[in-house]
Structure formats: C-alpha cells, structure tokens
Design a protein around this ligand. Structure first.
Ligand code: TXA
Ligand code: MG
Length: 356
C-alpha cells in the first residue's frame, strides 16, 4: 500500500483534505494524524474491524486498549455509563488538551477498542487539525500513538512514515508535536481518581480541580509487586534500538561516569551516544552527542526526548548514556518514559569530593 503524507496548515485548514481523511476513517481505513502530545494512528472507534486493523498495523497486543478521541463535549455521553460532576469539572478545566479519562463504557463502544475491558479511555485533543479530522471522521476516532509497538512515540510526520509507511494509506502532517509526551491518563472508575500514566497535566494541576488524586504506585516504584493498571504501561516501551543506560547523581560525577562508560564501550568497538543538556554537551566525547535543551527548560526536554532517541537509532548507535531529568513539574513524566526506554537500566554515581 502506498502511504501519502498530506501537509495541513493548522491556521488555515484545508477542508477538502480533511474531508478525504474523514471519509477514509468512515470506510474503515486508518489515518495517522497530529495531536499536541504525539501523532496518533486513527481508526473508527465504533468499528471493531478498524480497531483490529490498528493492532495489526502497530504490531500491538490486542489486550492493550485504545484511547477514543472526540472533538465535542457532547460526544462523551454516548460512550460512557455516567458523566459525574467531577468528570464535568475535569472536562471544563483540561479539555481540549492532554488529559485522558478512564470511564465505565457504554454498549456503544466495541470490546475490540477497549481490549476487552469494561472501561473506555477518552480524550479531546487540542490540536486544531486533530479536532477537524475527528469531526469529519464521524466523531469517534480510536488512536494509539502512531509508532510500531515498542518504539518511541512519533512527534513528527516523518517518524510515522518510518514506522508505518506502506501499512496505512494516509498521514496528516500538522507539524511537530508541541508537548512531545503522551497524555496524562486518569482513572475515574475506582474510588480515588488515580493517575495511571504521568504527562503534561500533573497531579498538582488535577488536585486544584478534584479533592483527592493518587498516582498508581507502580509508576513511582518500578520494582512494585502490583502490576500497572494501564495495560500499556506493562510493556517495555518507548525504546530505541541501542542499549540505553540512565546515569544519576551529582552533575560533575555524572559527566565523569558517562565519559568512563563511553570510553569503555568505544574500546569494545561500539558506536556510542550521549544524551545531555546544552550546559553539558561540550563535556562529552562520544560518537554522537545530543542535547535535550537547557536543563531548566523542561518543556523542551519533553518535546525533544523521543526525536533524539529516534536519531540515535538512525545513526546506528549501539549504546546510549543519558543524564537524568528529575525535578520540575514535568520531571515525573519525562523520567517515566526515559526509564522505560532504558528498561530501568540505571547507573547511580556518588558525588565527587569537590561537590560534597
Ligand atoms: O497522548 C496520547 O494519549 C496519544 C495521542 C495519540 O492521543 N495516544 C496514546 O495512546 O498515547 P496509546 O495507545 O499509545 O496509549 C494508551 C494507553 C495505554 O497504556 C493503554 O493501556 C491505556 O492508555 N489505556 C487505554 N484504555 C484503557 C483503559 N480502559 N483502562 C486502563 N488503561 C487504558
Ligand atoms: Mg503508545
């Protein structure tokens, strides 16, 4: 199958192009589209055959449920058993935007879309191209991130082409994703609302709207006995092809340690990569050194992370050493993705004498 990329200007949306994309979805086909978080691989959420196609195209296990994307508030009600006051408040505060809500599903949503679960994940993205496309597609678009299962999520149309070229008829190109990490997932079905995947909307932000919000304990402690409640968080994920190790500790000690590890890997004939910041990139000696941006600019770190992991792959990097990016309001979301990408391979270093 030939895959076309159609460039859409967010400020002046080409109605005809959107109508064509919407028609493909209504016919049961798949279309990749931009959102403010990452690119999505869309299919008709109410058509079980379209959901099966999504799983096939991504190579994704079919027990890992999809997020249903909507473009209007009033389209939520038919999907779910109940829209509580709390859910209404969350929609007012965060939709359209990077928040996904898990709710009890109605009979309208096929089990193929929810991976057999009695609940459904729903989100209204804020990207103008996504909103027009969802409306043209009939209002309900099931979409996982548009990567092959296990690879970093796509933040550019060319990333989607790399992964899904030849498997889908159309990619809508709406420029680079602004946020760069997938939406926050909040489970509203079990007692206290619980964050199942951290993202741009943080626990602090949610707590301004709801009395109580918890975070799934398995996110805070990867060695936790409890399995994560979002099925997708169980899989190794977001991973580059090279072996990634995160190095944690005081800044000077981290630089020294990464340089040691790099030297050793190079002496074994490996192609090496380092993921650092604008402040530290000059300190390293590796085959490929990349900067996520200034350390204090956490939005840039979130936006650049997946793209840089993909670039290491393109360059055939065998081993990658990364600084860690804790702290700030996005630190939890960034580190959640980075540690998963590293398969939780972490090298902790003690501070150098001069830093004590
Ligand atoms: O930002 C995003 O959310 C992007 C864009 C395209 O909207 N989408 C995305 O979808 O990240 P995906 O499929 O890559 O991740 C969805 C996550 C998975 O971990 C899945 O297990 C979880 O949401 N999920 C979906 N439905 C669920 C449900 N009913 N209960 C618990 N977890 C659910
Ligand atoms: Mg994904």
């Amino acid at each position: 199958m030939e895959t076309r990329i159609l460039k859409i200007n967010s400020e002046d949306i080409d109605g005809e192009a959107i109508e064509k994309a919407g028609a493909l979805i209504r016919e049961g086909e798949l279309v990749a589209f931009p959102t403010e978080t990452v690119y999505g691989l869309g299919g008709d959420a109410l058509n079980p055959e379209a959901s099966r196609k999504i799983y096939r195209a991504k190579g994704r296990p079919s027990d890992n449920p999809l997020i249903v994307h909507i473009s209007r508030f009033e389209d939520l009600k038919p999907l779910v058993k109940e829209v509580t006051e709390d859910v209404g408040r969350l929609m007012e505060a965060f939709w359209p935007g990077p928040l996904t809500l898990i709710l009890k599903k109605s009979g309208l949503v096929p089990e193929e879309t929810t991976g057999g679960l009695p609940t459904v994940a729903v989100r209204m993205p804020s990207h103008p191209v996504a909103l027009s496309f969802i409306a043209a597609a009939g209002g309900y678009v099931a979409a996982p991130s548009a990567n092959v299962s296990g690879r970093p999520s796509p933040t550019k149309a060319v990333h989607v082409m790399e992964d899904l070229g030849g498997r889908i008829p159309l990619i809508l190109d709406g420029d680079d994703s602004q946020i760069g990490l997938e939406s926050t997932i909040l489970d509203m079905t079990a007692g206290v609302p619980t964050i199942l995947r951290p993202g741009y909307i943080t626990q602090d932000m949610l707590q301004k709207v709801l009395d109580q919000v918890e975070t799934d304990p398995s996110l805070l402690r990867p060695d936790c006995k409890e399995p994560p409640r979002a099925p997708g968080m169980r899989y190794r994920h977001y991973a580059p092809r090279g072996e990634l190790t995160v190095v944690e500790g005081a800044p000077a000690a981290v630089i020294a340690c990464i340089n040691d590890l790099t030297r050793k890997a190079r002496s074994e004939g490996k192609r090496t990569g380092v993921l650092g910041t604008k402040e530290t990139e000059k300190e390293y000696a590796a085959d490929s050194i990349k900067s996520v941006g200034e350390r204090r600019d956490e939005e840039a770190i979130a936006r650049n992370l997946y793209r840089l992991l993909r670039e290491f792959d393109e360059e055939g990097t065998d081993v990658i050493f990364s600084e860690s990016f804790h702290g700030g309001s996005l630190g939890q979301a960034v580190m959640n993705r980075l540690l998963k990408a590293a398969g939780y391979r972490v090298h902790k270093v003690h501070s150098l004498k001069s830093e004590e």
